[in-house]
Design a protein around this ligand. Sequence first.
Ligand code: ATR
Length: 288
Amino acid sequence: MRITGKTRICALIGYPVEHSLSPIMHNAAFQYLGLDYVYVAFNVPPERLGEAVSGIRGLGILGANVTMPHKINVIRYLEELDESARLAGSVNTILNRDGRLIGYTTDGLGALNALKYAGSDPLGKKVVILGAGGASRSISFTLANYARELVILNRTLKRAEELVSDLKRVFGSANIRAKPLSEAVLRNELKDTNILINATSVGMRPNENETPAGRDVLHGDLTVFDIVYDPLETRLLREAKMVGAKTVDGLSMLVHQGAISFEIWTGVKAPIEVMREAALKKIMGKAD
Ligand code: ATR
């Protein structure tokens, strides 16, 4: 990759960012398409967030991804929010349009595209989402437009109820419910569910022996989508495969949300498979 005086910059703002797969993924895509762009990661502690965002304006950085712990706090420093970010109350992508910073969230659409790409379009389907945190919020605000029925299960029921009441304020009488995340509820709800999404952190390394939904509540007519990508095959996905369910892994989510950011910045269709391969190589420890 040759950096010139004309090279445009995209940045990641997070804390920590050292292990992010985004630089590898986006630079592979820029290189593959011969675009004169480079993607770099900045480790920005919370008290420097305002200065970092001013830096995007000051330096003319074209775009940025925003990750933990800044997805909500960054909003106050932006000039404009796209509808997706406004609804979810979260920003993971910034576009610098001539000094005006516009915030987007691509997490929800990324999840939708990951499902569609795998041949499991949620349109008209019953979807169960586990978790009521930031990730669940972004995904549920997108899927509420598509699913026939949306059920949010969370360990802390109150959080799920708050999310459902926010969703209902926007989507009115849509078929959306909150329930506690328990084995009995899972067993009952999953019977006629088409798509199960894990948007909790359960099963993530170093707790890879845990699962948010045990094998005996899963069945072969499900598509099971886990947003956890470390490990790539979580216990949930392994057991889903054992019962004959279709699976979609967390790397698909990462790649598809990244692809939408890429398209917002460049206006060019993102090379999904190139991005996935590059991220996969890094996960497997084979990246240079
Ligand atoms: P994120 O922004 O990544 O979604 P978060 O806002 O911290 O992160 O949300 C984490 C989600 O995982 C929550 O739904 C959390 O449940 P609670 O609201 O009850 O805390 C869920 N979660 C985390 N650890 C869990 C566990 N051991 N069992 C069940 N749910 C868990």
